[in-house]
Design a protein around this ligand. Structure first.
Ligand code: DGY
Length: 326
């Protein structure tokens, strides 16, 4: 386990179970309050549990609204979230209160990009559908038109949000021989773009995306971004993947497009209101569903935990946090 914490007196509330090595390090280096049974705390319970603590080590499953942040005890000076996404934290409210907030960029880029490709490929090649067929003992032999899917090589991959994860998805797409198109708030340098075609508007990107991967951060502007009007812009038979946040997709519109055949398939790792997903997805054969596994590898989850602990270590040693949001 890397690192030791010079401030062993600091009290840290850990809101969820963490990977074993991460829990061992936080317990070694801090007075840590762990959540042994991993029960999801309500906001009121977090405020209550935070009494007497100097910092909180949380996940994206806990919401720190302005109200929660203002109700936290004065002793809490840092919130380290084990996530790259931070839509669950009201950053302006944290700034106003002088609360340090840190997240875990970079360390989950490859794992999440892998899952974006898994979603595209499984949806395009009918992976889950084939698995279900074999398990149900419904496979009666090979034939030339059996379960034909959509080829990825040579197709246009549209990446919506060309940050670290979007660029890693693009890199993988190149490996599949795909032509890369993207939309981002600003155009990337030639070095980062690596020959990808920039689109000024998401609408222009959608129109050329045989495969469309959502990799932008969730924000008030991107709520229900992929709605019926935008889905209509996609080429017929397109395949969509979402590994960012579920609230960026209008579920009714996506389900309608999958039912009508407008879209060949979709691969979804994140859902609005997860784990309570829209029931319409469950009965569709052309959607590949994952339970928010983007960063779920042993290596990545350890690295995310260590990143949080590196931030706590730096903070309690009076040094600059490596990955601050405030
Ligand atoms: C992230 O890091 O944002 C993952 O989605 C886990 O919350």
């Amino acid at each position: 386990m890397p690192g030791t914490n010079p401030s062993e007196q600091a009290k840290i509330l850990v809101t969820r179970r963490m990977p074993v090595n991460v829990e061992a390090r936080v317990a070694r280096d801090y007075q840590a309050t762990l959540n042994a049974d991993d029960r999801l705390y309500s906001s009121a319970e977090i405020v209550d549990a935070a009494q007497g603590h100097d910092g909180i080590f949380c996940c994206s499953t806990e919401t720190f609204s302005a109200d929660v942040i203002s109700a936290l005890p004065e002793s809490v000076k840092i919130l380290a979230t084990l996530s790259v996404g931070y839509e669950h934290i009201d950053i302006p409210a944290a700034q106003k209160r002088g609360l340090k907030v840190t997240n875990t960029p970079d360390v989950l880029t490859d794992a999440t990009a892998d899952v974006a490709i898994l979603c595209l490929l499984a949806a395009a090649r009918r992976g889950a559908e084939g698995d279900r067929l074999v398990r149900a003992d419904q496979w009666h032999g090979w034939y030339t038109t059996m379960m034909l899917g959509t080829h990825m090589s040579g197709k246009r991959l549209g990446v919506f949000g060309m940050g670290r994860i979007g660029r890693a998805v693009a890199q993988r797409g190149r490996g599949f021989g795909m032509q890369i198109h993207y939309h981002n708030r600003s155009r990337l340098s030639d070095e980062l773009e690596q020959g990808a075609t920039f689109h000024e508007t998401p609408e222009s990107l959608l129109a050329v995306s045989d495969f469309f991967s959502i990799n932008a951060p969730s924000s008030p502007e991107t709520q229900k971004f992929l709605n019926a009007e935008r889905i209509a812009l996609l080429p017929d038979g397109a395949v969509v993947a979402n590994t960012a946040r579920g609230n960026m997709v209008d579920d009714d519109a996506l389900i309608a497009a999958l039912q009508s055949g407008k879209l060949a398939g979709a691969g979804l790792d994140v859902f609005d209101g997860e784990p309570n997903i829209h029931p319409g997805y469950r009965s569709l054969d052309n959607v590949f569903l994952l339970p928010h596994l983007g960063s779920a590898t042993h290596e990545t989850r350890d690295a995310m935990g260590y990143c949080c602990l590196d931030n706590l270590d730096a903070f309690f040693s009076g040094k600059a946090c490596p990955t601050p949001l405030t």
